[in-house]
Design a binder for this molecule. Structure first.
Ligand code: 1CP
Length: 345
């Protein structure tokens, strides 16, 4: 299907390419799911992974924040562990916890038992993306995948972890197993992104949420080459690539060099500090997600500072510095969206 003609004028796609924009484009990580009452109603009695495998639900949940806020891009409703589930890894997403893996990956045999991903594993993704692209019209859809380090953390730890100790112990102590695991996940992520782009996604985001646990030296040696492979594969499909992590103030340059068009910045690093680090790339971010709980004029004053700092970058996509917090008042996000879109450039 040919891309919708209005996509050429999308402020989001213009900003990520470093072209002039009429307004600063805005979308929110975790805008789909979690906080909207219409989402919570729809999800009643349906498991998280089950909802990700039902195209009708994926289309509806992805559309909800687009309708409510009029954001400049949609983020595909899914999860970073969905492709693992699709190839047969025994895992679930437990309410209030997150992804839990039945048999954590520890050995080379464990890695080799994970199948590579083919489009036949995820026909429901193709169907959902096609349906969405039809409904979204001129609003671009951002596809996504988890980056090898962040996905490896769930597989090795068996669930959410604060220090990623077992994961890093494998990286430090069993480099052959680590290399095989990172190659396996990178291949799955690249294939998963290809399915989304083939079905019509306009851009992709690689989430390396937990990369901030690494020193620059370890990131460069043991993680970056694998993320770079995923980003290069996405680049060959001709779509812009966003690369995001949390607590990555000392990794921003490397995350750009890994092959990103846009570097996502969390709220701890001022954009004025981040922009020189990423060089000739666009940035995405980075309002502290808790500012939506402050009075509206406090929130918008800080949003204005973010927009002003973003002017120094090749391009700027406004976002929160991490995902929408579930207790967020949707009306406050609506006000924030309007403020950013009408802020004079
Ligand atoms: O039952 C539920 O509603 C569970 C909540 C939920 C939702 C709505 C989870 C569990 N995942 C998702 C969807 C999701 N996850 C999206 C869809 C788009 C959107 O919500 O707008 C995306 C992009 C993700 C990506 C994801 N999953 C990341 C990377 C982004 C980030 O937030 O840093 C990570 C780390 C995950 C793992 C995950 N999935 C769910 C939870 C609670 C977690 C985090 C657990 C942990 O702390 O380790």
């Amino acid at each position: 299907m040919a891309p919708h003609p209005d996509l050429a004028q999308s402020a989001f796609l213009q900003a990520v390419r470093g072209e002039p924009v009429s307004h600063t484009p805005v979308w929110f990580m975790r805008q789909a799911g979690r906080s909207l009452p219409e989402y919570l109603r729809l999800r009643e009695g349906v498991g998280m992974l089950e909802s990700c495998m039902r195209p009708d639900m994926v289309v509806e949940i992805t559309m909800q924040p687009v309708r409510r806020y009029g954001v400049d891009a949609a983020i595909f409703f899914s999860d970073i562990v969905l492709p693992l589930k699709a190839v047969g890894v025994d895992l679930d997403i437990k309410p209030g916890v997150g992804p839990v893996v039945a048999q954590p990956v520890r050995t080379l045999a464990d890695v080799e038992a994970i199948p590579d991903l083919t489009p036949d594993h995820v026909p429901f993704i193709t169907e959902a993306v096609r349906g969405l692209v039809g409904e979204l019209g001129g609003t671009p859809l951002i596809g996504f995948a988890g980056a090898p380090f962040t996905v490896a953390s769930y597989l090795v730890e068996g669930g959410p972890s604060k220090d990623h100790a077992r994961t890093k112990a494998m990286m430090f102590g069993a480099p052959d197993v680590w290399d095989a695991l990172m190659r396996k996940i990178a291949g799955i992520a690249a294939a998963y992104l290809e399915v989304q782009v083939a079905a019509g996604a306009s851009a992709v985001q690689l989430f390396d949420s937990w990369a901030g646990a690494l020193t620059p030296g370890d990131y460069r040696a043991s993680v970056m080459p694998h993320s770079a492979r995923v980003l290069a594969a996405a680049g060959e499909l001709g779509v812009p690539r966003i690369h995001f992590g949390v607590g990555t103030s000392n990794l921003l340059g490397l995350m750009g060099e890994a092959g990103a068009d846009v570097v996502g910045v969390d709220w701890r690093t001022p954009l004025a500090t981040a922009v020189p680090q990423v060089g000739d790339r666009a940035v995405q971010g980075n309002l502290d997600p808790t500012l939506v709980f402050a009075p509206t004029e406090v929130m918008t004053a800080r949003a204005a500072e973010v927009i002003e700092a973003g002017r120094a970058a090749r391009g700027h996509v406004f976002n929160l510095g991490h995902g929408v917090i579930p207790a967020t008042d949707p009306d406050q996000l609506a006000r924030l969206t309007e403020f950013v879109q009408t802020y004079p450039l």
